[in-house]
Design a protein around this ligand. Sequence first.
Ligand code: P5A
Length: 445
Amino acid sequence: MRLSRYFLPVLKENPAEAQIVSHRLMLRAGMIKQQAAGIYSWLPLGYKVLKRIEQIVHEEQVRAGHIPLLMPTLQPADLWRESGRYDDYGQEMLRIKDRHERDMLYGPTNEEMITDIFRSYVSSYKQLPLTLYHIQWKFRDEVRPRFGVMRGREFLMKDGYNFDLTKEDALHAYNRHMVSYLRTYERMGLTAIPMRAASGPIGGDNTHEFLVLAQTGESEVFYDAKVPDLKLGDRAVDYDNRDEVAAICEEFTTLYARTDETHDEAVFNKIPEERRMVGRGIEVGQIFYFGTKYSESMGATVVTPDGNRVPVEMGSHGIGVSRLLGALIEANHDDKGIIWPEGVTPFHVGIVNLKQGDTATDAACEAIYKALQGRGLDPLYDDREDRAGAKFATMDLIGLPWRITVGPRGLANNVVELTCRRTGESEEMSATAAVERIVKIYEAH
Ligand code: P5A
């Protein structure tokens, strides 16, 4: 993309309404625009990151054997009357009437609708196990929408639902989700810690939240200092192997890690004092096992191998896709702006032309731009006539992990400059070497 033709409405001033750094930087970098409290338009740069996050979520769900579909945002109230949640959900639910005076709602979650889909088509244990998921907008009329996309009213969620014959099978699905979530967050360059939590309006008694440690997080968290060092890394996981998947979950949940909802001071105090950590975290996902809570009330049953009819065992599992942008920026920024991890960056590399209009510099930039595109990469070329300082400031603000700077002085020595956004370190090399270096960096992502 050429910056001269792109739509990147960056702001020079800090917007007064933003209280935390991720919200401020998303507004300043022209990623989002607020349209009403907790409701945002996704401008091109923000939309690009959102899509990259979605893509990673999809890939890891499919890898775990889960099947994508798409349910609507609007739902009939009658489904929720069946489960009993229409009255329970309270003011967070946005209720709407259509022209026929029928009660509708903008879905805050989809347990009822997916259970309705299941009962319409599945009736035998032979069709199990089954896990269906979608990535769809949700609406929750939060009392206090704040911190930009972190606590929105309209927000994007990946929500998945497992259907199993036995409790044991459903717990395997729960574990599979835990491991697939760990992989998802790690691919984005985030450490998200599974913590035992409370289930709230979704129900059930087995639930974990995934928290990214950050001062600005809304939850208070208590954990063993060793927990953030746990990494899945690039180990190959066989998602059908119950013992292997269960062992990974055990590895990640044995050390103490809880939110304030389930914190137990007595247990916490058994950890050596120097390892007792108290901090704050951003909840970027939550998984639930709730058994037959919805299948029983909504009549979603299957015939067992010995001919009985039983309600299907279920759980639901969510990732805060749009919230992840905020969490990623909270965890990756400095005083100049955002620092995207390579796995989610909107453009792979920025090209800065220091002397737009100079024939040789323009030609060198064009050649680099085309070479990168030819290798399947997505560069952002700043081809505007502007001061070098202003171009650098924009690149730093929007946070591309790598920058290639091209100017007449370097070109006289056949070199360009390759700069790492995170370390600030620069290296001179030929244009070809710079392209090869970038290609190599992204081969790992
Ligand atoms: C699990 C999937 C559920 O709704 N039903 C379907 C279950 N879980 S949850 O914990 O309530 O939400 C899942 C994740 O969505 C994100 N989230 C939000 N993101 C932005 N703004 C909000 N107002 C908001 N509310 C929830 C969180 O990341 C949460 O973990």
